[in-house]
Design a protein around this ligand. Structure first.
Ligand SMILES: Cc1cc2nc3c(=O)[nH]c(=O)nc-3n(C[C@H](O)[C@H](O)[C@H](O)COP(=O)(O)OP(=O)(O)OC[C@H]3O[C@@H](n4cnc5c(N)ncnc54)[C@H](O)[C@@H]3O)c2cc1C
Length: 390
């Protein structure tokens, strides 16, 4: 190894955790800093993991741990989405030409798609790296030093010197802001969402799979629920996202810190005319789990260029925020983590040009995914313009 200094990772989300696992398996020292205190995070919704994510997790965890992870996932077949009319429960015809294969979850690939509880995935990726993780550590920036970099924390302290800093701190990344000098922006699509969680019994009889339940009768524009459901014996509850076209609804006063009952009640109100078989999803939901979300995206024109800094780079939503449409955000974050981990292992640590090589290849596949996700979101929710950077 070129250095006994660690890799510093800001953010223990899916990307940061998988990168840490990769470094651990290659015996490269690292420190993982997470802003949250680690006590509890309401991240219980199920996400869909397809070919990129599954390949990345398998490659990093190895066969035995991968099999254990896979046993905790639900098969969603080839990822086809069942589109249903929310008022009549009839199957919806596919609206767009060029979509004859049906709406799909994630990019086409040789592997099937699985649904996984986000909390379970995080727990799996946390195993074995506990001692190298610091919770309650809010990174506010970094400072370059001769042969390394330090992370700066909110309380005014700094990390030990690392040979590389990786910003894995999500859509509002402070590392991104400093590294790209504000060039890499996140845009508000205007579409709004409520994420909720309901007992599995509320959807019983409707089957398992990925559903897009659409209501095109509202004046303000389409609203739709996207959910993947599973059998009762697999989980007591399931997550769903109610997404609305720009102008269809928002958080009270557009205040996204309002959560819980206010969000749950708005979802009940919006779906009050929906079919009787669907109403229990909203009536029986767990109010505390409901949150308002903005649907944001990086530039659909591609991941913006910035001047490469050999000692600092970015993975996941920090560099390519995507709408939930297409189900590729987490998959791409996991792919970044496995790829960067592989490059670091191949170099035996850090080497000149490593972050530039990573960024060049990541920019190509991530740009394609941001574009695909944005196009799907635009088609589904009539997004006309990207208003302001957030
Ligand atoms: C409702 C919804 C459904 C989705 N469904 C899917 C899906 O089905 N499939 C899919 O592929 N993707 C999906 N996504 C997208 C996916 O969740 C994200 O792309 C993915 O979580 C990105 O991972 P990440 O590690 O880059 O960031 P995150 O998971 O956001 O993790 C960032 C971490 O950094 C921490 N952090 C932030 N700031 C700081 C700081 N200053 N200092 C230290 N730590 C910090 C945060 O607390 C967090 O733990 C969905 C997203 C949403 C909102």
């Amino acid at each position: 190894m070129s250095s006994a200094k660690p890799v510093l990772i800001s953010g223990a989300g899916l990307g940061g955790l998988l990168l840490a696992q990769s470094l651990r398996s290659h015996r490269i020292p690292f420190k993982l800093y997470e802003r949250d205190d680690g006590s509890s995070r309401s991240q219980g919704y199920r996400i869909r993991i397809s070919v990129d994510g599954l390949n990345a997790v398998e490659q990093v965890l190895g066969p035995a741990r991968y099999e254990r992870f896979r046993a905790g996932c639900t098969d969603l077949g080839a990822g086809k989405i069942e589109a249903i009319d929310a008022l009549t429960m009839q199957a919806k015809p596919l609206a767009q030409p060029g979509n004859q294969g049906g709406d799909r979850v994630g990019p086409p690939g040789g592997r099937d798609v699985v649904g996984v509880d986000r909390a379970f995935l995080r727990k799996t990726l946390f195993e074995g790296i506990e001692e190298a993780t610091v919770f309650g550590a809010q990174v506010v920036g970094y400072a370059l030093q001769e042969g390394g970099v330090v992370a700066r924390f909110a309380e005014g302290t700094t990390s030990p010197v690392g040979f590389l800093l990786v910003g894995a701190d999500g859509v509002r990344s402070v590392i991104t802001k400093q590294l790209t000098k504000g060039a890499l922006k996140v845009y508000d699509t205007g579409a709004r969402a409520i994420h909720g969680c309901s007992p599995v019994g509320a959807f019983e009889g409707l089957g398992t799979g990925v559903f897009s339940i659409r209501d095109d009768t509202r004046e303000g524009g389409r609203i739709a629920v996207i959910t993947n459901t599973m059998r009762k014996e697999e989980t007591p509850s399931f997550g769903w996202v109610l997404v609305g076209s720009p102008g269809s609804f928002s958080a009270p006063n557009d205040d996204f810190s309002v959560t819980g009952k206010a969000a749950a009640d708005l979802s009940r109100q919006l779906t009050a005319r929906w079919h009787d078989r669907l109403r229990p999803i909203f009536e029986e939901q767990i109010d505390d789990e409901a949150v308002f979300l903005k649907m944001s995206t990086s530039s659909p024109d591609g991941v913006t260029e910035w001047d490469n800094e050999p000692r600092v780079t970015l993975i996941g939503d920090a560099v390519h925020a995507m709408t939930p449409a297409g189900g590729v955000g987490a998959n791409t974050a996991l792919k970044d983590a496995a790829f960067l981990g592989r490059l670091l292992a191949g170099a035996g640590g850090w080497k000149e040009g490593l972050t530039a090589e990573y960024e060049q290849e990541m920019r190509a596949y991530a740009s394609a995914n941001v574009k695909m996700s944005f196009e799907r979101a635009s088609r589904l929710f009539t997004i006309r313009e990207l208003t302001k950077a957030i």
